[in-house]
Design a protein around this ligand. Structure first.
Ligand code: NAD
Length: 279
């Protein structure tokens, strides 16, 4: 059984990926409503991923157990943490989970921007902790940015790679630091794109059309931000600003206003774009 902590956008998607590959998953959240919604979401995502040929169509589906009790993860063979991008919250959850599981149990954090070693510091065994930055949606995007912290052990790295292999995912391993590779670049790009809209230089659709048409990006930065969740983008930017001291990462006023208004993107139906009927 693998444990997935957090039943939001990413935790639910990671649970879909794992059960689709026959692994039993215990999904933990403090919010019972999120867990109830996650059950349906996993079923729906699994069906879609199979139809798209992105998940094995035959073979057993792993059992999904949803719980609000962290103690239920005690027997896990590996843990993937995907709770809200708040450093103190993640540190607390990781400290608790590392005290519950057997020594040598792989603990992966799906943090967007918090250095792995900072999070590992809160755990009982930092050598068991590595980063696995899954992309959204994790059951469709096969590449994972794996982060090796300065104290991550060889056994944890081997376990991380073999878990990702068993999920039929590719991986590139990078060094530790705020935002790693992808979000050190992407979050700044999103912030700058939002600032351009704030300054009235271009609309979200115009910014994205330029990235797509001129640079060949499949999705522009503001549509990507809506997919990620603007609340998560703002949290990640704060993490980056606080850890780099670089004011360019300070979330711009337009982004903050959207978060204040509850316009988080796809998950609430509105962000830089309207997403009618999507939740
Ligand atoms: N959204 C993306 O595109 C994306 C991509 C890669 C990585 N991430 C990272 O993945 C993590 C989760 O992001 P998300 O977008 O799924 O956020 P989300 O807000 O959709 O979900 C977070 C979940 O964590 C739960 N939670 C909070 N405290 C908890 C606790 N103590 N125990 C268990 N659950 C708890 C919340 O109830 C919520 O359901 C963050 O670190 C984020 O930076 C997000």
């Amino acid at each position: 059984m693998i444990a997935v902590l957090g039943a939001g956008v990413m935790g639910t998607g990671i649970a879909t990926l794992a059960v689709g590959h026959g692994l039993a998953v215990t999904l933990v959240d403090i919010d019972a409503d999120k867990l109830a919604a996650a059950k349906d979401a996993v079923r729906h995502q699994l069906r879609g991923a199979k139809l798209m040929g992105r998940m094995p169509r035959s073979g057993p589906t792993g059992e999904l157990t949803c719980t609000t009790s962290l103690a239920d993860v005690a027997g896990a063979t590996s843990v993937i943490e995907a709770v809200t991008e708040l450093p103190e919250l993640k540190a607390k959850v990781l400290a608790e989970v590392s005290a519950l599981v057997e020594p040598g149990t792989l603990i992966l954090t799906n943090t967007s921007a918090i250095p792995v070693d900072e999070l590992a510091s809160s755990t009982v065994r930092p050598e068991d902790v590595a980063g696995a930055h899954f992309m959204n949606p994790p059951y469709l995007i096969r590449m994972v940015e794996v982060i090796r912290g300065p104290r991550t052990g060889d056994a944890a790295m081997d376990a991380a790679r073999s878990l990702l292999d068993s999920l039929d995912h590719d991986h590139v391993t990078v060094g530790d630091g705020p935002g790693f590779v992808i979000n050190r670049i992407l979050q700044r790009t999103i912030n700058e794109a939002a600032r351009i809209v704030e300054e009235g230089l271009a609309s979200p659709a115009e910014v994205d059309a330029l990235f797509e048409g001129c640079l060949g990006h499949r999705t522009g930065p503001l549509a990507t931000a809506d997919l990620i969740g603007l609340d998560n983008v703002a949290d990640s930017l704060r993490v980056l600003r606080d850890r780099t001291g670089d004011a360019g990462y300070a979330p711009c006023e337009l982004l903050l206003a959207k978060v204040r208004d509850g316009d988080f993107g796809r998950k609430t139906g509105r962000g830089f774009y309207e997403h009618g009927g999507q939740s």
